[in-house]
Design a protein around this ligand. Structure first.
Ligand code: SF4
Length: 245
């Protein structure tokens, strides 16, 4: 049975914690979180670059930060990870990253030790789940990356994967938006993949309260005129841009 590769918290331990979901349709729900390391994309504004931007990775990031792999990754067996989640006493689990669907094998093994927990998965939408993971998922939070992320559309917007999620009623789309022009790209994707507007969120990019609030002023107007939903990033207001929150 393969191990899971997790991100680390400030103490160097695995990033498994209880908190309120800060984004998307489940905002405010008390949940357990597990953050897996590694990502197949490289967003210039990624707020969890410690999951992928290790020594020697020169893909651009606005902070230019480089992370030591050894200090920012930790391995746990699926059974060990499940035990750490169970002890948090929550009935819902958010699996996030990085891109967690890069580790479907050990993820499915971990979920087998947590037979009763509800499962929410955060994905960038470039990867499909395995059948063993998919059968356990109650909600997908799919966040396809737009041009301002710095990823090419060939890598970030894969038609077959977007079709897969758009046609699944468990999937909600959460687009990270930094400028009003970004919403033009969202409109195109919404039409092209027929994403139900009640399952489409616009969320401001930002890692401090002021940036989020400033962007929500014009974002709320756009959501009203287009029929999209708006997501906050509640954990940023509560805890700042910190690990394990
Ligand atoms: Fe970061 Fe998510 Fe982009 Fe990966 S897809 S680089 S985890 S923001």
């Amino acid at each position: 049975m393969a191990d899971l590769i997790l991100a680390t918290d400030d103490s160097g331990g695995p990033e498994i914690f209880a908190s309120l979901q800060g984004e998307g349709p489940s905002i405010g729900k008390p949940v357990a979180f597990i953050r897996l390391s590694r990502c197949n994309l490289a967003c210039t504004w990624c707020d969890t670059a410690y999951t992928w931007r290790f020594e020697g990775d020169n893909r651009p990031h606005r902070d230019g930060a480089e992370y030591e792999r050894k200090a920012n990754q930790v391995k746990l067996s699926p059974e060990e990870a499940a035990a750490k989640i169970a002890v948090l006493g929550q009935n819902r689990l958010v699996i996030t990253g990085g891109e967690p669907l890069m580790q479907c094998g050990p993820l499915a093994d971990m979920l087998a030790y947590l037979p009763d927990i509800e499962v929410e998965i955060e994905t960038n939408g470039t990867t499909r789940p395995s059948a063993h993971v998919d059968i356990r998922v109650d909600q997908y939070n799919v966040s396809p990356k737009l041009t301002h992320s710095g990823n090419t559309s060939e890598l970030a917007l894969i038609p077959e994967r977007l079709d897969f999620y758009a046609s699944d009623p468990r999937a909600f789309f959460k687009f990270v938006v930094a400028n009003p022009d970004d919403v033009v790209e969202v409109d195109t994707l919404q039409r092209e993949y027929r994403i139900a507007k009640e399952r489409l969120f616009l969320m401001p990019e930002g890692t401090d309260s002021k940036t989020l609030r400033d962007r929500q002023v014009w974002l709320s107007t756009l959501c009203l005129s287009k029929g999209y939903r708006m997501s906050d990033r509640m954990h940023i207001h509560l805890y700042g841009d910190t690990r394990a929150t």
